[in-house]
Design a protein around this ligand. Sequence first.
Ligand SMILES: *[C@@H]1O[C@H](CO)[C@@H](O)[C@H](O)[C@H]1NC(C)=O
Ligand SMILES: *[C@@H]1O[C@H](CO)[C@@H](O)[C@H](O)[C@H]1NC(C)=O
Ligand SMILES: *[C@@H]1O[C@H](CO)[C@@H](O)[C@H](O)[C@H]1NC(C)=O
Ligand SMILES: *[C@@H]1O[C@H](CO)[C@@H](O)[C@H](O)[C@H]1NC(C)=O
Length: 346
Amino acid sequence: MGQLQLLTAVVLSMCRHFQPVSAFLTYASSMQVGAQSGIQECKYQFALERWNCPESTLQLSTHNGLRSATRESSFVHAISAAGVMYTLTKNCSMGDFDNCGCDDSRIGQTGGRGWIWGGCSDNVAFGEKISKQFVDALEDGHDSRAAVNLHNNEAGRLAIKATMRRACKCHGVSGSCSIQTCWMQLADFREVGNYLKVKHAHAKKLELDKKPARAGNSADNRGAIAQAFRGIARTELIYLEDSPDYCVRNQSMGFPGTEGRECLKGGKNMSQWERKSCRRLCYECGLRVVEKRVEVVSSCNCKFHWCCTVKCDKCTQVVTRYYCEHREVGAKPQNKTKRKHRARRH
Ligand SMILES: *[C@@H]1O[C@H](CO)[C@@H](O)[C@H](O)[C@H]1NC(C)=O
Ligand SMILES: *[C@@H]1O[C@H](CO)[C@@H](O)[C@H](O)[C@H]1NC(C)=O
Ligand SMILES: *[C@@H]1O[C@H](CO)[C@@H](O)[C@H](O)[C@H]1NC(C)=O
Ligand SMILES: *[C@@H]1O[C@H](CO)[C@@H](O)[C@H](O)[C@H]1NC(C)=O
């Protein structure tokens, strides 16, 4: 979902829920930045997956009739809610808001052997509260989808707390470190992304009781939803529908398919996951891998001139890249535009 779309969705939901507009305006830019960093992290985490967090599938709001509750949309909800909470919390510690500052509730207390609470602990309670207030307001339904999305938003916010760590500073005679002051700080957002990626891999499918509720009886419905959620930890991601085949382009769902995607080959230093990317994106999707030589321009031979400029040359380097394409033989006949394309390359 684009930035503007998110903003519009939040404003719409506010109007419906009568939230104070002034409060919204105070936090609007931070929420934008936060949601954006969530999406960026999604794109990083899924760069070599068949589903690679395409814009067209990022719908946080329920107003749109077309919303799925797959394993992938559970990740989108979690990382977006986490991104908003993260940014608001950082803003708070930086003193960007009048009404909040570091969490000093434990300052001066003994934390453990040889250390006391001090410094500026990130105020996650603040970020959590505001993120909950505005991101959760996008969910206006009372059905199982809304319940699943809210659960995943919460799991995203819990990921911020779960990845926080203690930072300490030494004190004592000539840095002997006989006593330390410590505070809790947010992890890098990358770590939050890594954490949620693991949750995505272990996401649980919510099994709703198939017994049809009496038509229109929302109490029955709510009871069934509550029953289904029993036994699922708040930290786990959940989904309702199995993922579609992401190899294949599905225009109505906004999935582009893997044709044309780049994959990695031949690097000695690659992880197992990277090394299998061509298999995952191309071969297992019935596509072949084509090699393309691409010119890459970069700065090189940089020299430092006293004082103080750096001058560089532009160097062009030809590198090999790999892409998924339609098979040539055995596949259905290619149409003219494609054939021309291929001929040019050879
Ligand atoms: C919050 O922080 C982000 C960058 O992390 C910044 O872009 C935004 O302007 C900040 N918000 C306020 C109100 O200062
Ligand atoms: C696209 O996805 C929808 C919903 O999953 C499905 O009903 C439809 O058959 C799919 N279309 C194609 C061309 O795969
Ligand atoms: C290769 O891997 C090592 C260890 O993981 C890392 O330190 C190094 O930067 C990598 N080199 C390249 C070229 O990616
Ligand atoms: C030819 O290829 C284009 C681009 O991939 C596609 O949109 C079009 O539907 C194809 N036409 C036929 C007849 O297969």
